[in-house]
Design a protein around this ligand. Structure first.
Ligand code: PYC
Length: 411
């Protein structure tokens, strides 16, 4: 903390590089594919907790250029399954400590998360979530329009909208964060511990001999290694195909946008599963808004007018006073969707090929806990209990972890 304050006051110092460039070495103990929050966090915890720092993180563009820089930065743990709640709760706790841990201000603002219900059926699901959350010790409860009005006076709680608000799931620890700061903080921390971060380094193949990983081929040359972590989002099936592993994942674009900056207007995060929107106000004053994934599979990062029209109509049902607010920019990311909306983490039939993929629309919020637990798995060669439910074999064992009901919006 003292170091953070010293850096803040010390405006005259030239900015120092937070991570360095390196020659690609001939071999590494561990190669991590994907320079987003998951890959960088795994590298950081491998070095910090297990003394494994002969690690390369390979990123085909610049770090954070994939899902980690394209999400709407919402952190929460009010999931539907006990497995999901326990897992995301550990992530919230790690995020709470992250600025101090990384000595890098990630601006985590725990302002509370409201999921609105507009029907009896939605109230039922929210009550179910609240009960599972509370049993797991997570602060989350059902509230009614009088309390919603106190928390968010800007919401239209009248009976004018097509779908009036009848209740909400209130999750006080939910918040927003500066997502690129999280990426940079982990990168700086991993670099300080000896990890090599290789940007503009694209994986073109993975060598497997006798069922074991032996190396990774890249646009900058070949690396010998016996341990590869697939921590990619959007392209996880293409990387897994390189070892002959087919994943039950389909990839869909997810679009989002921000408005022009407004004076402080909205203190909580507001989500409506029925209207398919989530809205928060960033520290810069912009409203950050998103919807469900596009209904078609694609790798396109294009933004569409169709998305913007649909989203604006729904946002205005909740906040009619925003009618004249301008949209500043919009973008898209790619989400790897699994059949049960839970991730795929852990060992695979290919020795030395580990998965941290299939995050759908939940990836960013899971970065710290995934990194920590996947690092533990790699270092100990054992699956930590917290992530065992997310193993690949659940799809053949029929032990799915159905998390669709915890999505912010209908998909
Ligand atoms: O699950 O909180 C969420 C979320 C927000 C945007 C996409 N997913």
């Amino acid at each position: 903390m003292i170091e953070l304050i010293r850096q803040g006051l010390n405006g005259k110092q030239p900015l120092r590089r937070q991570w360095r460039d390196h020659e690609l070495k001939e071999s590494y103990d561990v190669v991590i594919i994907g320079g987003g929050v998951h890959g960088l966090a795994a590298a950081y915890y491998l070095a910090r907790d297990h003394g494994i720092s002969d690690v390369a993180v390979l990123e085909k563009r610049y770090i954070g250029s994939g899902g980690s820089g394209r999400n709407t930065a919402i952190i929460r743990s009010n999931y539907l399954t006990a497995e999901g709640v326990r897992f995301y709760d550990e992530s919230v706790r790690l995020y709470e400590e992250l600025s101090t841990e990384l000595n890098f201000n990630v601006m985590f603002s725990q302002r509370g998360h409201l999921t609105l219900a507009h029907s009896d059926a939605a109230v039922r699901t929210l009550r179910w979530r609240a009960e599972v959350n509370q049993i797991q010790g997570v602060d989350s409860r059902l509230i009614w329009p009088d309390e919603i009005a106190r928390l968010c006076p800007q919401l239209d709680l009248s009976d004018r909208p097509r779908f009036p608000v009848v209740a909400a799931l209130y999750h006080p620890p939910g918040g927003i964060i500066r997502h690129d700061a999280v990426v940079w903080g982990y990168a700086a921390g991993a670099d300080r511990r000896g990890v090599h971060i290789h940007q503009m380094t694209e994986v073109t193949g993975i060598d497997v001999e006798g069922g074991r990983v032996t190396g990774v081929r890249t646009n900058r040359g070949r690396i010998k290694t016996g341990m590869v972590l697939n921590a990619t989002a959007g392209w996880c099936t293409l990387i897994s195909d390189m070892v002959g592993l087919s994943l039950p994942v389909t990839s869909h674009p997810l679009q989002a946008c921000v408005s022009e900056a407004l004076k402080p207007f909205l203190d909580v995060i507001v989500v409506s599963g029925s209207l398919h929107v989530y809205v928060s106000q960033s520290d810069r004053g912009e409203l950050v808004m998103g919807a469900s994934v596009d209904p078609y599979q694609s790798y396109s990062l294009d933004s569409t007018l169709d998305f913007l029209e649909g989203l604006s109509g729904h946002v205005l049902e909740l906040f009619p006073s925003l009618a004249h607010v301008k949209i500043l920019r919009q973008w898209a990311g790619i989400c790897d969707m699994t059949p049960d909306y839970s991730p795929i983490m852990g060992f695979t039939p290919v020795e030395g090929f580990i998965l941290d993929v299939g995050w759908g629309t939940y990836g960013f919020k899971a970065g710290p806990v995934s990194g920590k637990r996947i690092a533990e798995l790699i270092a100990t060669n054992r699956t930590p209990e917290l992530i065992a439910p997310f193993r690949l074999s659940r799809f053949t064992e029929r032990t799915l972890v159905g998390e669709k009901g915890a999505a912010s919006v209908g998909h």
